[in-house]
Structures are given as C-alpha cells and as structure tokens.
Design a protein around this ligand. Sequence first.
Ligand code: PLP
Length: 361
Amino acid sequence: DSFFEQVPLAPPDVIFHLTATYKADTFPQKVNLGVGAYRTDKGKPWTLPVVKKADEILHNDPNLDHEYLPIKGIPTFTAASAKLMLGADSVAIKERRVAGAQSISGTGAIHLGALFLSKYYPKGAVAFVSNPTWANHKAIFNNVGIEVADYPYWNPATRGLDIDGFLGALNAAPNGSIIVLHACAHNPTGVDPSHEQWTAIADVMQAKKHFPFFDCAYQGFASGDLAADSWSVRHFVDRGFEIFVGQSYAKNFGLYGERCGCLTAVTRDTVTAKRVDSQFEKLQRSEISNPPAYGARLVNIVLNDPVLFAEWESDLRTMSGRIIDMRDKLYKKLIELDTPGQWNHIVDQIGMFSFTGLKGR
Ligand code: PLP
C-alpha cells in the first residue's frame, strides 16, 4: 500500500493548460487571449531594450559572481522598489517606517505577505478578494490557512465597477478584515476605481479598520505612467494606513521567467518596521533561503540609474501605448461594423485585460 493512493488528481491550471493547448494547435491564425503576457504586433514576446542594456552591464561587471544574495534580497533593489511604489518623496520612506523583501515575483510577494499574516494577524480574520479576481489569490491565502471571501466588483450591466456592492461588502465585513486590492489594471476585468471611488473605498476601510493588501502586478503598464498607476497605494499611505504591497516585475520589465518582485510593508513607525522586517527575513529563510539573483540584478541596475530609468519609462509607454491603441482600434472596428450592443467598455477598461461582455460557448 502506498499513501500516494489517497492523493486525488488535481485538474490542470486553466490558463497554463490553455497555453499548452494553444502551442499544440497548428492553426496558422491562432491567437492566445488567455495568458497575461505582452505581445508585439507580430504576436511575439518583447525583450525590453532597457533590459538588454542592463544585461550587457551585468555581464561586463568584473565583480559579478554567483554567491547567495542576502535572505531579503539586494538591499538597493528593495529600497528602489519601495521608492518606485510609494514615490521618491514618500513620507513613509523619509520616516523610515518601510520594510521589504525581494520575492519570487508578484506571486511570491503575495505569498510571503499572506504567510506573515497567517502568523501575526489576529486569528480568524478573513481575506476579501474581488469577484472576479486573479485565480491565485484564493489559492495563496488558502494555502496558508486564511479563509477567503469575496467582495462584488464587476457590474455586468455597465461592464464597469460595482462600487455600491464593493462598498457595501466592505461595510458588512467584520472589522479588521484583510482586503486584497488590485493597485491598477485589475485582472481580469480591466476595470479600475476612479480617484473618487478609491477615496470612498479608503473611507470605509479606515472606519472599519480593514487591512489593505495591495497587489501591484502592472505598475506603468496601465496608463504608462508609474506614478499614476500607483496612485491608489500612495493615497492609502498618505492617509496613514499601514499596508502591504506586493510588486511584480514580470510584466513591466518583461521578466516573466526571472521571477523577481518585492513585498513592501508600510508600518506606523520605525520600530514596527524593524520588527516586521526581521520576520520577513525569518519567514523567507525557511521558505526559499534567499531569492534568485538574475532578474533582480537587472531591475536593480535600471531602477538605480537615472538614464536607464528614463529609458525604461519610454519602454513602458511603448507597451501601454500599444495596448491602448489596440483597444481603440478594436472599438472603432466594432462601431464601424455596426456591431449590436455597447462597446465603450473596451476603451474605458485599462491594462492588458478586458471583460468583453461576450459569452463563451
Ligand atoms: N497579481 C495579478 C493580479 C496578476 O495578474 C499576476 C500575474 O498574472 C500576478 C499577481 C503575479 O504574477 P507573477 O508572479 O508572474 O509576478
């Protein structure tokens, strides 16, 4: 007898399974609309020119070795990541109340944050995620023993945000709930709250003492402007919230396979930040020992060099610009063809994802 006998067969991941099926399909005009990865006009992945430059610099570095990184990653990388997310003039950074750890991309950042919460957040708290959301949110929180519920987000009638349902659920949730928020370019709807709506969300969350856990996988990818895309996070920090924010460099650097990201915590004061940081280090040690170096080294080079940073911003505008242009062209074509129905949501939505309102077969 083998104990493996009791192991049930898990279904394949829907999106990655679709990609595998897509690859196997020989139809010449096939298009994969499933996976969240940027493609060029020719349908090919794009290596950012600035990443190629950083790669050159890295490989010509005579001091490059293959030693372990520190447990929490490259210190200048995590510092630059916090600055990128919170703003160069962030009060929280000035007041030294920020903690952070380099992570295995955005997924790893959310995992590390969730693991931390499973240990130190008051027991029994539920994590609320948007309905719908990126499927991994629920799995990540469930894996560390945190129960997940959802808040309304998508309004099928307007193909926009169900702000009343959203605020209602925040109000109805037990005080001190964990609220997972997409910082920008919501996956999968492409619908983001306006500044006014974010303010209303923050109002309720402040009154209810909820804990904001931002997932930021698309900074610079939505509007093309890094500050605009992190407005929500900065707004919460400006209002005095303590937060977690998970960053991914998969999309905005095109470093999907390199798995580099960052978990940042903003806390009330320096002493708290130090304690949190020490636990990030302790948890990270037992999880992955230390993070992978390559992708973070590339990002570290770009984020800490003003000339390369400006080039990166231009690459971001190339990607976000193309996405905006595609939406525009699709919208115009639908109108030109007198397609029945309303299509403004195609251009009102933002980022790589779109809920078209079309029904599957
Ligand atoms: N969060 C959201 C909403 C995403 O869409 C993704 C990727 O698709 C991620 C996080 C994390 O991605 P990664 O682990 O590749 O950085």
